[in-house]
Ligand binder design. Structure first.
Ligand code: SF4
Length: 270
């Protein structure tokens, strides 16, 4: 394992699990993306930028800028729809104390595990992790449940969130994670956490961190379908032209690869 790798995140862990070779290219060699992920390229690029911008709008609002003022910046059809959906959603929520774009980290084997949360909302007896998604398709809960993002965000909040709870670690049972989909505002995915899940997740995190620390080679995935939208195809002789992501889960994975990666900011800041 190259010595320069000091942090792990949900996205690097997901890459390692999906394809060790992708982990190597992206997180060890830090190669820029040489190919456009899915077709049609321009539309995807625009959607990604709008997704980033939407996160900024929500963040600005949550730190206190009035909705009317922020809403004026929603200057595309998608942004206007997402923003209107968000305001409807916001009006129904009692968030409690808000911690938007909060970074947490904790030691994990030879690494630090880092995560940047869109929003941690601390109520009287419970805490909710919100993650905003601008996916074009609503992935299944079963798919989201086993993603490293869900597992890392919840486990790390137990492990490193005590300062948000008067110095006392949150109990897993106090934690809920909600993925809110800007284009499917009435269909959030909610995951309640449990102590046995926390134990299982943290054990799994330690195991995968140890595996990465001692890894000497990073093989290509055997699941060739993962290559069809992977930006590193040209490095791997797995095709040059990107595939169309046809089903919801595949498309989600494709979008996730280029997701708003606030973690990168977090990694620099720590
Ligand atoms: S193209 Fe396939 S083998 Fe190569 S990094 Fe991407 S997923 Fe892995």
């Amino acid at each position: 394992m190259p010595e320069q790798l000091t942090t792990l995140s949900q996205s690097s862990l997901q890459d390692y699990q999906d394809c060790p070779r992708r982990f190597e290219l992206r997180h060890l060699q830090r190669l820029d993306y040489p190919a456009i992920e899915t077709e049609p390229a321009l539309e995807n690029e625009k959607h990604k930028q709008e997704g980033e911008y939407f996160h900024r709008l929500v963040q600005q609002h949550l730190i206190g800028i009035p909705a009317e003022q922020v809403g004026k910046l929603a200057n595309t059809e998608n942004l206007q729809r997402w923003w209107a959906n968000f305001l409807d959603f916001r009006s129904l929520q009692d968030f409690g104390s808000l911690y938007p774009e909060t970074a947490l980290s904790a030691p994990l084997g030879k690494f630090r595990l880092v995560a940047k949360y869109d929003l941690i909302a601390v109520g009287k007896d419970q805490v909710t992790i919100f993650d905003w998604k601008t996916y074009r398709k609503r992935p299944k809960n079963e798919f989201l449940h086993i993603r490293w993002q869900t597992r890392v965000y919840q486990a790390l909040l137990v492990q490193a969130g005590a300062h948000l709870n008067h110095g006392k670690p949150f109990a897993p049972e106090q934690i809920e994670m909600i993925y809110w989909f800007a284009d499917f505002p009435a269909e959030p995915a909610r995951f309640i956490y449990k102590s046995n899940q926390y134990k299982r997740d943290w054990d799994a995190l330690i195991k995968i961190a140890d595996e990465i620390a001692s890894a000497s080679d990073f093989p290509k995935t055997d699941t060739v379908s993962k290559c069809s939208y992977c930006p590193y195809r040209s490095y791997c002789n797995r095709g040059i032209r990107a595939g169309d992501a046809a089903d919801a889960e595949l498309e989600t994975e494709a979008e996730e690869l280029f997701d708003i990666n606030f973690e990168q900011i977090g990694e620099i800041a720590f």
